[in-house]
Design a protein around this ligand. Structure first.
Ligand code: SF4
Ligand code: SF4
Length: 189
């Protein structure tokens, strides 16, 4: 796929505001990357993602696989000497990629992300069995991990009944605030 190499110099400011992370402080020590397991399989390492944001390479970042391989394990966050929580940055990038129509269609991670967030919005927490069933139905892989699912069920790790948080109104307000914040600061729409 052809990539645009347009530079958006305001983008770093936008990502800093939305993620709350001091991206301009990154001096490329690469400590984040040395602790990141998916980095070896990604097109960009975490420190490269931060550098590309500083350069304003918006489309290149939002079309990257790297943001979808991030599992929010926080290993990079605890290593950064400048207190940059890259996992928070990655969350913002995922939402931007989806809302901007730049998420890779050939990957299933954006679909999983959407279903995950939908579940949180609905109940305030994820119901693993329902989430996995929906994901597997949508990806045509319903039977692939059945033995694993049965093992998890037997060990009580896959409850059948869904639970919800008590204050669902608070969750809805948080979603509303987050969405208004993204819309208010978006420069591409
Ligand atoms: S939070 Fe994401 S970017 Fe950071 S180490 Fe974990 S997988 Fe890598
Ligand atoms: S650990 Fe922090 S300062 Fe070092 S490269 Fe990663 S984000 Fe930049």
């Amino acid at each position: 796929m052809t990539q645009s190499h347009c530079v958006d110099l305001q983008w770093q400011t936008e990502i800093t505001r939305l993620s709350g992370q001091p991206i301009s402080l990154c001096y490329q020590c690469q400590r984040c990357t040395s602790g990141c397991l998916p980095a070896a399989h990604a097109d960009y390492t975490p420190n490269q993602i931060i550098r590309l944001i500083q350069y304003g390479a918006r489309e290149r970042v939002l079309r990257s696989r790297a943001i979808w391989l991030c599992s929010s394990c926080y290993a990079c966050d605890v290593r950064c000497p400048n207190g940059i929580n890259i996992s928070d940055v990655m969350d913002v990038l995922k939402e931007m990629a989806i809302t901007g129509g730049l998420a890779p269609l050939e990957e299933n991670a954006p679909l999983f992300h959407r279903l995950f967030v939908k579940d949180i919005r609905r109940r305030g927490r994820v119901h693993e069995a329902v989430l996995m069933a929906r994901y597997k139905l949508r990806t045509g892989t319903l039977w692939d991990d059945l033995p694993l699912a049965l093992r998890l069920y037997r060990r009580g790790k896959l409850p059948v009944l869904a639970s919800t948080v008590k204050q669902k109104q608070t969750i809805r307000r948080l979603f509303h605030l987050a969405e208004s914040s993204v819309k208010g600061g978006r420069t591409d729409q």
